[in-house]
Design a protein around this ligand. Structure first.
Ligand code: SAH
Length: 410
């Protein structure tokens, strides 16, 4: 196996089990005999050693500032049943959390570094697991991963691979980036008949379109926060901005909201919201879905003097990179100010940021600036996070990305 030797003292973060080796930490690379070129191949499994030649672990080589993502610490090679072990351990956690049951068959099975598998995301929707690779190393292992999932997770019969948007753009990739890795005959037949797949979250049914939907088809990370909206929704006029498939809207309807307006710029998202409302509340007359840009919609509603009792703001990541943070904060401030202005006295705002580059304090400061700009009296009722099936590896605090505030607006 190719060996990566670190510069003196550069092994310290690996000793603390932080899973990334930065390219600047590398003293030299000793290629194994089969190489013809002068560097490891992207996705290759490599061994990492300290300057004093101690074994630190094995991981996948990648091109870029993160050169190796460690899969296992303190070993010279991966055990033959590595993927089985990892999937089994991750599944056990989800079982312990009570997420694997009839009323809830929608959960994240593997959350990258949070489950000690850098670069791998696996979401489960009823009998289908959707796998997303964020590194070439994971891409190369996709078939073994799929086999381990089907063997270890009793409910799963299909594994769909969806990595067209997540693999490094310039990397040389062999094989397909999308398509079924395992597909049961039952699923094939069903697909020919209806093309519709449904999955259950806390007793509510959602149509999941992993073929054309965003990410793996659904945002599982808002499950707990949606349940909190349900608690506050009774009798309220609710506005769900950036609704995607309408997760928050369905919980608000079940909580007895007087009315729910769902807004998203994507027509595909709005079609899914409408299908989901029809399926769960076939007689509902108090739901309205609108295809519109959020900023324009809020301005237009305000011009008409419209107000709401409960508003949810769950925008896409405004900052995808560190350099975009300033603009992102301005975006959060602007959208929150617009929303707070439209809340009736005694109303509630659920506001979120899923930008990993914007930390809790920075987000809270942006929301503070918005409330100060509008000049309303505001209390923080809850501080929200990502749920338990999106765990944070204690050695990898960068894994904390979702944060939210629930505000009471006088
Ligand atoms: N709240 C959703 C997830 C939101 S993801 C849930 O619980 O599932 C962010 C959504 O914002 C996406 O559906 C995207 O289509 C939508 N979006 C992006 N830019 C927008 C804009 N300018 N106006 C309205 N919606 C937008």
């Amino acid at each position: 196996m190719t060996t990566i030797i670190l510069r003196p003292k550069k092994e310290e973060s690996l000793r603390r089990q932080h899973p990334w080796v930065f390219s600047g930490a590398i003293a030299r690379v000793v290629l194994d005999a089969k190489h013809r070129g002068d560097a490891p191949e992207e996705g290759e499994l490599v061994q990492v050693r300290s300057a004093a030649n101690e074994v630190l672990g094995v991981g996948h080589w990648q091109v870029g500032s993160i050169a190796v993502r460690i899969l296992e610490f303190g070993v010279e090679t991966l055990p033959a049943d590595y993927w089985t072990q990892r999937v089994r351990a991750a599944y056990k956690v989800r079982e312990t959390l009570g997420l694997v049951e009839k009323a809830n068959d929608t959960y994240r099975l593997i959350h990258g570094e949070g489950d000690f598998v850098p670069g791998l995301i696996v979401d489960v929707y009823a009998d289908t697991a959707v796998v997303q690779a964020h590194s070439v190393g994971i891409h190369c292992c996709r078939r073994e991963i799929a086999e381990a999932i089907v063997a270890e997770v009793p409910q799963v019969e299909n594994v769909y691979y969806k990595s067209d948007d997540t693999l490094p753009f310039k990397a040389p990739i062999e094989g397909e980036k999308v398509g079924y890795l395992v597909e049961s005959q039952k699923t094939k037949d069903h697909f020919v008949q209806s093309e519709e797949f449904w999955s259950t979250e806390n007793g509510l049914q959602f149509r999941i379109d992993w073929l054309r939907g965003q990410k793996t088809g659904f945002f599982i990370d808002q499950r707990e926060n949606r349940a909190l909206v349900e608690r506050y929704a009774a009798g309220k006029e609710v506005l769900n901005m950036f609704c995607y498939t309408g997760g928050f809207s369905l919980y608000a309807l079940r909580g007895g909201a007087k009315s729910v307006d769902s807004v998203d710029v994507s027509q595909k998202a709005i079609d899914l919201v409408e299908a989901n409302v029809r399926k769960n509340f076939p007689k509902a007359k108090n739901h309205r879905a609108v295809t519109a840009d959020a900023f324009e919609y809020l301005s237009a509603q305000r011009a008409e003097g419209r107000q709401f009792d409960l508003i949810i703001l769950d925008p896409p990541a405004f900052a995808k990179h560190r350099d975009a943070i300033k603009n992102a904060l301005r975006g959060y401030q602007r959208i929150n100010a617009k929303a707070i202005e439209m809340i009736r006295p005694g109303g509630i705002l659920f506001t979120f940021s899923c930008s990993q580059a914007v930390d809790k304090e920075a987000f809270r400061l942006a929301v503070f600036s918005a409330t100060a700009q509008v000049g309303r009296k505001v209390r923080i009722l809850h501080q929200l996070h990502q749920p338990q099936d999106h765990p944070i590896n204690i050695y990898h605090p960068e894994g904390e990305y979702l944060k939210g505030l629930v505000l009471y607006v006088e």
